[in-house]
Ligand binder design. Structure first.
Ligand code: NAD
Length: 475
């Protein structure tokens, strides 16, 4: 399949050339260049800001029916274009086509959910004596600057666009320069479904330049960012300069507590698939496997066996289970983190190597007995590495789960109902899976606590994060 043309989408216009700087987009399965992406300059960003203000002035007045029609129309187009969208995502990001198709359907579910939610943006009337009236209403926060990373090239833009559009906001989306065609294709579905071109725009650029420019503008009233904790902290400071509202979806270091009474085959099948999904480049990836000592040997042996059986290959090939890593930076990170862990005493049980010279392939990796002072036990690995350690009892397992300042997703595997509730309550995380790896859904808030960020996307909470509250009192 041909890779599409790339451009900036500002005020409904496709812009490229004109002496703009460019970024080379590559196929992670081969390392070959796909296309040159034009990068926005200051004048482009100013044009996008002016359009976003006009788009907001117009879209805040739209009816729930108009918003629902656009969201449902875009969802229908995504279903029709599922194969084309999935192929673009696989070409530029590397994940398997099966995973990319699921991403399309996640957007479809989310947009349809929001199409219903727009009719439920209720306020309330307070109890007052006759002749007085007090109401509380919800209003769209204003133009949103949204920054989406490359790991879910279709799903992240969908999340960044769906909620603000449902709430009546306009959006300037800066998706990752590594995966621009997927983001453009999602915006195009909205525009083809009738969304005015000043309500949703897509820009690309030098990330720090773009975020500084947009966040310095009083036009932007909210920032939504998904990415690493370090970049998130930096952007939160920039947003604070103008007291802008923020939603921050940052990194994680997913603890997985497995007790000896768990259904071990189900746990292993689920967790191995979850670990190597998108080559581990998932913020809710299961990462620190915290195993009760009585089950340790059985769990480790079963995990290694299954990890060795994961077929790695071009995401576009039908028999690949795990594609390449998305970029060369992740390969370097794997070498550094695994090398450091082994030097500090971890046992490399399988994997730990790059595969071939073309593309960014890495073997599914298992490290056992990883010391707490290894960098990989503290830094989000964002790669296909499972860290499997043994702990004496529940108290030690919970202490390890809560040791890090991250709090995104946590997983608990046990058949003891009382323990399920106890552990779920004690773990610091935004999302907890009990005997499951499914911790998201269009109707359910997705977000973390502490260094994993604040605010949520998806669910009613996702729209609420794009609304402000106004109380009006009449005497
Ligand atoms: P990175 O932190 O440099 O970039 C992550 C994302 O943030 C990219 O999409 C990038 O374009 C964007 N970004 C970076 N600096 C920015 C800035 N100043 N303004 C606006 N956007 C900016 O790292 P990376 O090498 O692309 O990814 C590596 C790390 O990022 C991973 O280890 C992981 O921790 C994190 N990450 C997290 C998620 C997530 O879903 N939470 C997704 C992708 C990457």
């Amino acid at each position: 399949m041909a890779y599409p043309d790339l451009y900036l989408l500002i005020d409904g216009q496709r812009l490229s050339g004109g002496g703009r700087r460019t970024h080379k987009v590559v196929n992670p399965a081969t390392g070959a260049a796909l296309a040159d992406l034009p990068l926005a300059d200051a004048a482009d960003l100013d044009a996008a800001l002016a359009a976003a203000q006009r788009g907001f002035d117009r879209w805040r007045e739209s009816t729930p029916h108009e918003r629902a029609t656009v969201l449902q129309g875009a969802a229908r187009l995504m279903v029709e274009r599922q194969e084309e969208l999935a192929r673009i995502a696989t070409l530029e990001q590397g994940k398997t086509l099966a995973e990319a198709r699921i991403e399309v359907m996640m957007n479809v579910g989310l947009f349809n959910f929001y199409a219903g939610e727009v009719f439920r943006l209720y306020g309330r009337a307070l109890v007052r004596p006759a002749g007085q009236r007090s109401t509380v209403t919800k209003e769209p926060v204003g133009p949103v600057a949204a920054f989406a990373p490359w790991n879910f090239p279709l799903g992240n833009p969908g999340r960044k666009l769906g909620a603000p559009i449902a709430a009546g906001c306009s959006v300037i989306l800066k998706a990752a320069e590594e995966t621009p065609a997927s983001a453009l294709a999602i915006v195009q579905c909205l525009i083809d479904a009738g969304l005015p071109g000043d309500v949703a725009q897509a820009v690309f650029g030098v990330p720090d330049e773009v975020s500084r420019h947009l966040l310095a503008s009083p036009v932007i009233r909210k920032m939504s960012f998904t990415g690493s904790t370090s970049v998130g902290k930096h952007l939160a400071k920039l947003a604070a300069e103008d007291c802008k509202r923020t939603t921050m979806e940052l990194g994680g270091h997913g603890p997985v507590l497995v007790f000896a009474d768990a259904d071990m085959d189900k746990a292993l099948d689920t967790l191995v698939a979850g670990k190597y999904r998108n080559a581990g480049q998932v913020c809710v990836s299961p990462t620190r496997f915290i195993i009760e000592s009585a089950a340790y040997d059985r769990f480790l042996t079963g995990f290694i066996e299954r990890a060795k059986a994961v077929r790695v290959g071009d995401g576009a090939a039908t028999d690949s289970v795990m594609g390449p890593m998305a970029n060369a930076r992740r390969l370097d990170a794997m070498d550094r983190l695994i090398g450091d862990a082994v030097a500090k005493g971890a046992r490399l049980q399988t994997g730990g190597e790059r595969i071939g010279n073309a593309g960014f392939f890495f073997t599914p990796t298992v490290l056992a007995a990883v010391p707490t002072d290894a960098a990989i036990m503290n830094e989000e690995p964002f790669g296909p590495v499972a860290l499997i350690n043994s702990y004496a009892d529940e108290a030690a397992m919970i202490a390890e789960a809560n040791r890090l300042p991250y709090g995104l997703a946590a997983y608990v595997w046990t058949s003891d109902a009382a323990r399920q509730r106890r552990v779920a309550r004690t773990i610091e995380a935004g999302m907890v899976g009990i005997n499951t790896a499914m911790i998201g859904g269009s109707d359910s808030p997705f977000g973390g606590v502490r260094w994993s960020g604040h605010g949520a996307e998806d669910g009613p909470e996702g729209i609420d994060a794009c609304l402000v509250t106004k109380a009006v009192h009449e005497g």
